[in-house]
Write a protein that binds this ligand. Structure first.
Ligand SMILES: C[S@@+](CC[C@H](N)C(=O)[O-])C[C@H]1O[C@@H](n2cnc3c(N)ncnc32)[C@H](O)[C@@H]1O
Length: 253
């Protein structure tokens, strides 16, 4: 690990302390997250498409392009899930062999493999089984809120990127205004689980989508994400926000 660190490490940036209702320990949190995604993987794309929110294929591709993804780049998609970001990365770089999809959920990766012929890695973002500098671009879509210690993961991202490599993290963040947050919460807590209940083939799917909002609500604030990226040594760290809720964190190795 060659990422420069500041002498005193910031306190751990814990992922969703939505805690209580869902888990009592870090082990329980990891196990629950894996089980939920595994059990509901077959429903993920359909429900994601339905609830839309503009965060579909088109949005993901535009975000990757904004972050500097170009034809021929070697890409790692962390938290690839069913491959929604992976697919768009393949379209941009023009060769599926250049895009690797990493996820700890075998169920989600199995869905990705049904559609995509890309190399897959069953692993956590905290311990990427790849060599230093292996990628020109690293993307992660909608998984920041599942990470227990951002600095550990970001240092790992920096390690596998080549010097000058680009990072692109997508996440839904609470709007700046209280009314915006209330509207988003109403949508995510009421409409989304209802839609999930109506469309789901798996029993736990509505729970996953309720959990979705709880993890967004409890996710670390954007400034803490930007700080953590700087602390592990990323340069040109910035955040672009689309429609008040879609945050795109970008940085250069
Ligand atoms: C909401 S899905 C996002 C899938 C996809 N990136 C997208 O754009 O829709 C979150 C994914 O993060 C994965 N995940 C959870 N914890 C993770 C971790 N520590 N490292 C890497 N992936 C993780 C889950 O297995 C799940 O597939």
């Amino acid at each position: 690990m060659n990422a420069p660190r500041t002498p005193e490490k910031a306190p751990p940036l814990t992922a969703p302390p939505a805690g209580g209702a869902y888990w009592r320990s870090e082990e329980e949190r990891i196990a629950l997250t894996r089980r939920l995604f595994d059990d509901t993987a077959v429903d993920y794309d359909r429900i994601e498409k339905f609830i839309g929110f503009g965060s579909g294929s088109w949005y993901r591709r535009q975000a990757l392009l904004r972050a500097g993804l170009k034809e021929g780049m070697r890409v790692l998609d962390v938290a690839a899930g069913t491959g929604l970001v992976t697919r768009e990365a393949v379209r941009v770089v023009g060769n599926p062999a250049l895009v690797w999809a990493l996820d700890p959920s075998p169920g989600m990766l199995a869905e990705a493999r049904r559609i995509l012929a890309v190399p897959t890695l069953l692993a956590l973002g905290e311990a990427i089984p790849c060599r230093d500098g292996q990628f020109d671009f690293l993307a992660m879509g909608y998984a920041l809120r599942h990470l227990a210690d951002l600095e550990v993961v970001f240092a790992e991202f920096r390690r596998v990127l080549t010097p000058g490599g680009r990072l692109c993290l997508l996440e839904i963040t609470k709007p700046a205004s209280r009314i915006g947050t209330a509207l988003l919460k109403a949508y995510m807590r009421n409409f989304v689980p209802l839609a999930a209940r109506l469309l789901a083939r798996r029993r736990d799917t509505p729970l996953l989508w309720r959990y979705y909002w709880d993890t967004i609500a409890a996710c670390v604030p954007p400034d803490a994400v930007l700080d953590a990226l700087r602390r592990v040594g990323f340069a040109e760290v910035s955040r672009y926000v689309e429609l008040g809720i879609f945050s795109e964190y970008t940085a250069t190795r």
